[in-house]
Design a protein. Structure first.
Length: 168
C-alpha cells in the first residue's frame, strides 16, 4: 500500500454519510427482519429475543455485504483508503516490538516499516483530528531519523510492502 494524499473535507463528509447510512440500514433491516420472523414464527410466551437477535445478525450481514459491494464505487475511495490504512497499521502494531528491536540493530527493512507506520499514523491522525499524540510521534520520528543517519539508511515510506513484515 502506498500512502496518498486525500481531501480531508471530502473524506469526512463521505465517512459521515457511510456511517449514518450504515446505521440506518442496520436499524431498518434488523427491525424488519425481526418483525417478519416474529410474524411467521410467533411465540405464545411472548419472548422474541432470539428472533430480534437473528434480525440484528442478518441485518449486520446484509449491511456488511452491501459495503463490500460498494468498495469500488468512487464515492468510497477515501473511506476505503483509510480503512485499508488502518488495517496495515494494525498489522504493523502487532509486530511493533520486534520491528523496533530490529531497527535498533540497524535492520533497514525494520526502519522502512517504522517510517511507513509513522507517516501513515500521522496522516490518519490528521484526517481524524486526533492530534493529541502528534508530539509523541514527532519524537519517535526524530529517533528513527537519527537511527537511519547512524546506519546510512535513506527512509522512504513509499518502499513499504506488507511482505516486509514476514521477517519479524
Amino acid at each position: 500500500m502506498k500512502l496518498k494524499e486525500i481531501d480531508k473535507g471530502r473524506y469526512r463528509r463521505h465517512l459521515n454519510k457511510v456511517f449514518i447510512g450504515s446505521a440506518l440500514a442496520l436499524a431498518v433491516l434488523s427491525l424488519g427482519i425481526a418483525q417478519l420472523l416474529i410474524a411467521f414464527f410467533p411465540n405464545a410466551a411472548g419472548s422474541h429475543f432470539h428472533w430480534n437477535l437473528l434480525g440484528v445478525v442478518f441485518g449486520a450481514l446484509l449491511v456488511g455485504a452491501g459495503l463490500s459491494r460498494l468498495r469500488q464505487h468512487p464515492f468510497m475511495t477515501e473511506v476505503v483508503y483509510v480503512w485499508e490504512l488502518k488495517q496495515r497499521l494494525n498489522k504493523i502494531a502487532r509486530k511493533r516490538r520486534k520491528v523496533e528491536a530490529a531497527a535498533e540493530q540497524g535492520n533497514e527493512t525494520a526502519m522502512q516499516v517504522l517510517q511507513f507506520c509513522y507517516a501513515g499514523s500521522r496522516q490518519l491522525w490528521q484526517l481524524d483530528d486526533n492530534t493529541i499524540v502528534m508530539d509523541e510521534l514527532t519524537v519517535k520520528q526524530t529517533e528513527l531519523n537519527n537511527l537511519a543517519n547512524t546506519h546510512g539508511v535513506i527512509l522512504d515510506a513509499g518502499v513499504y510492502d506488507e511482505n516486509m513484515l514476514k521477517q519479524f
